[in-house]
Design a protein. Structure first.
Ligand code: MSP
Length: 645
């Protein structure tokens, strides 16, 4: 028995810095379609996806929420996995960069690259924001200021390890320009890489940091953690067991057949990743595909939830079917280009392709077989020359679709399938079965026409299965196609349905969408939450009442929990005139040390009152944020005692 050919495909590993959105769905669905098709074709498929969980952004978010980075990512990773289950994503392995085996691989690789002289110690220079403890590059700054907090940044440097990326420039150029190898697609990205990065001169890459902690420690220098790309890109081999004992699939699946991603990270996959692999002496992936972005709202942008356009993939797949969403994204996106998303476009596409063309073809054909032959077609088949056009068009489909899907040109592949479906609908009109049915002598021809239609549906549905894996089996059932005639191979051969095929009417597969109504309903769903704030508005008060309050910025000098209270924090603050003690009921939302050094808003002239035996002189102001409270704070350029009016 011959061994199955291995096929290895990967999505990027996503940052769990926020919940998954429809943009993440595109790469993942694209890979799922290729993986499903390759499995149908008899390959031994490894489909890898996962999450990229380290980094300063996640460390900070967790800190803001008063939780640990791991607890924070666990919840979001869970949402990614739930979404993939909802969308029918058949990944074989899910890698998390916090998994022990991945950490082991990264540490081993880092050590090896260091020992072999590809990594060296030097100094990282950048713009530093002291309060945020973050380095930024010149291009990341917004108006020359910290992009996170808007404060002034200063030139600073820290000790860091660097990878000798510059060394690989000539080899990378050769790789990218090798026509036969065709490493990076689409071709336009090759020029981008060469003109924007290689030709201006590749810089060595900073691969460690000391300014934050949430990352994989460098084994031989533990104040450093491995910074971003060595950690992230390595997932593609750690998940196969490279330099770890958890898996043993590296020999079988590496090099990957294709890495899929959107354009913004093509650079890392086509320059940095091959260089790391060359330095390790390992083979390079066969192909890198960089698709465009799904954009939202006017002017596009990678992902911004535009008002009035619910794009929550959970909502869309629940309301219109998972397969409709999968179909729409793949049909609409032209490989390499950006593609605006709109619900209206999705509904139009659904109504025209799925409800009208495919849905109607199946339901009309099945209904006619039932009406004219009571479900089972008779044996005799009178095929003739006029059938050839439809049959030939269908014959050409499997290899076209295979090539289109394997190179991520889904819209072309699907367009071609739907051209055949449209041709089949026309074939019904040309042959007028309702006229044939009136004449007993024409019944054999009628049977042949219906058989051709059912068989065309069979062949098209096979090719649609990777894209619409949930609904295609229902179509097979309705047209009486058993497992043996629904394999990928079977799509290549005409007339494989049993001679006396029996149809079975089922539900309407794609009920038409009332576009106006649905848009209005989605609009209502996406309207900002109009829940009333917890505290109703108070009665109007005089200006004098307001003016009687003394509101000031105060600096927190110390902060600690009040013993035996799970609510209260005790602060000593500088109010600009001296120190005072104040209590605040926010212990559930902050660790005391998070607040020390902050400049907060406070009402300083409230009459003192006692809580848990301690005196509180004033009130620290905080704002409700869902079911927690956040302190109102200022930048530390605001002086203690500054009045708020
Ligand atoms: N963690 C890195 C990738 C490391 S891979 C070794 C990362 N993560 S990410 O969460 O930002 O994901 C980026 C990827 O998500 C894109 O490359 C693309 O695959 C997908 N998309 C996210 N938003 C998208 C759109 N709006 N449109 C299409 N794909 C998008 O970068």
């Amino acid at each position: 028995m011959s061994e199955k050919t291995p096929f290895y495909i990967t999505t990027p590993i996503y940052y769990p810095s926020g919940n998954p959105h429809i943009g993440h769905c595109y790469s993942t669905i694209a890979c799922d379609v290729v993986a499903r098709m390759k499995r149908m074709q008899g390959y031994d498929v490894m489909f890898l996806t996962g999450t990229d969980e380290h980094g300063q952004k996640i460390e900070k978010k967790a800190q803001e929420l008063g939780t640990t980075p791991k607890a924070y990512v666990d919840e979001i990773v869970d949402n990614f996995q739930k979404l993939w289950a909802t969308l029918g994503i058949t990944y074989d392995r899910f890698v998390r960069t916090t998994d022990d085996y991945h950490i082991k691989t990264v540490q081993n690789i880092f050590e090896k690259l260091y020992k072999d002289g590809w990594i060296y110690k030097s100094e990282y220079k950048g713009k530093y924001c002291t309060p945020c403890e973050s380095f930024w590059t010149e291009s990341q700054l917004v108006d020359g200021k910290c992009p996170d907090c808007g404060r002034v940044v200063t030139d600073a440097s820290e000790e860091a390890y660097f990878f000798k990326l510059s060394h690989f420039a000539p080899k990378l150029k050769e790789l990218l320009l090798d026509e036969e190898r065709n490493f990076l697609n689409p071709k336009s990205r090759v020029n981008e890489m060469i003109h924007n990065f290689i030709d201006p001169g590749l810089q060595d890459l900073c691969v460690s940091r000391t300014s934050f902690k949430w990352g994989i420690p460098v084994t031989f220098d533990d104040k450093h953690i491995v910074y971003v790309w060595i950690d992230a890109l390595t997932n593609y081999i750690s998940a196969l067991g490279y330099m770890n004992d958890t898996y043993n699939d590296y020999e079988k699946f590496w090099p990957a057949d294709m890495h899929v991603m959107a354009k913004e990270i093509v650079r890392f996959h086509s320059l940095i990743w091959p260089s790391i692999l060359m330095a390790l002496g390992e083979p390079l992936p066969k192909k890198v595909y960089g698709h465009g972005w799904i954009t939202f709202g006017e002017g596009g942008g990678k992902m911004s939830k535009s008002k009035g356009n619910v794009v929550d993939p959970f909502v869309l797949s629940e309301r219109y079917g998972v397969d409709s969403l999968r179909y729409h994204l793949l049909r609409e996106m032209v490989f390499g280009s950006d593609c605006p998303y709109s619900n209206e476009q999705m509904f139009n596409r659904y109504n025209s392709d799925l409800a009208n063309d495919l849905g109607n073809l199946v339901s009309r054909t099945v209904a006619m077989a039932q009406k004219y032959f009571g479900e089972t077609l008779p044996l005799q088949k009178e095929f003739n020359e006029s059938d050839e056009e439809l049959l030939k068009l269908t014959d050409e489909l499997p290899s076209f679709v295979d090539d289109a899907f394997t190179t991520l040109r889904f819209s072309e592949g699907l367009e071609r399938i739907f051209r055949v479906i449209a041709r089949a609908n026309k074939y019904i009109d040309e042959n007028e079965p309702w006229i044939l049915a009136k004449d007993e002598a024409k019944k054999p021809r009628l049977a042949a026409v219906l058989y051709n239609l059912l068989d065309t549906v069979r062949r098209c549905t096979i090719l649609l299965t990777p894209v619409m894996p949930h609904i295609c089996p229902e179509i097979f059932e309705q047209i009486g196609a058993g497992e043996d005639v629904t394999t990928w191979e079977a799509s290549k051969t005409r007339h494989l349905l049993p001679a006396q095929v029996a149809v079975k009417k089922g539900r309407v597969l794609f009920p038409r969408i009332d576009i106006e109504k649905e848009l209005a309903e989605l609009e209502a769903l996406s309207a900002p939450d109009r829940e009333l704030p917890e505290e109703p508005l108070k009665d109007v008060t005089s200006f004098d009442n307001f003016a009687a309050l003394d509101l000031r910025a105060v600096k927190v000098l110390s902060c600690e929990r009040v013993p035996k209270s799970d609510k209260l924090l005790k602060f000593i603050v500088d109010d600009g005139f001296g120190e005072r003690q104040v209590l605040s009921g926010i212990a559930k939302y902050y660790e005391p040390e998070q607040l020390v050094g902050k400049t907060l808003a406070m009402i300083v002239n409230l009459a003192p009152r006692k809580m848990m035996g301690l005196e509180s002189n004033g009130m620290i102001m905080s704002v409700r944020d869902g079911d927690r409270f956040r302190v109102v704070e200022f930048g530390d350029d605001i002086k203690a005692g500054a009045d708020i009016s």
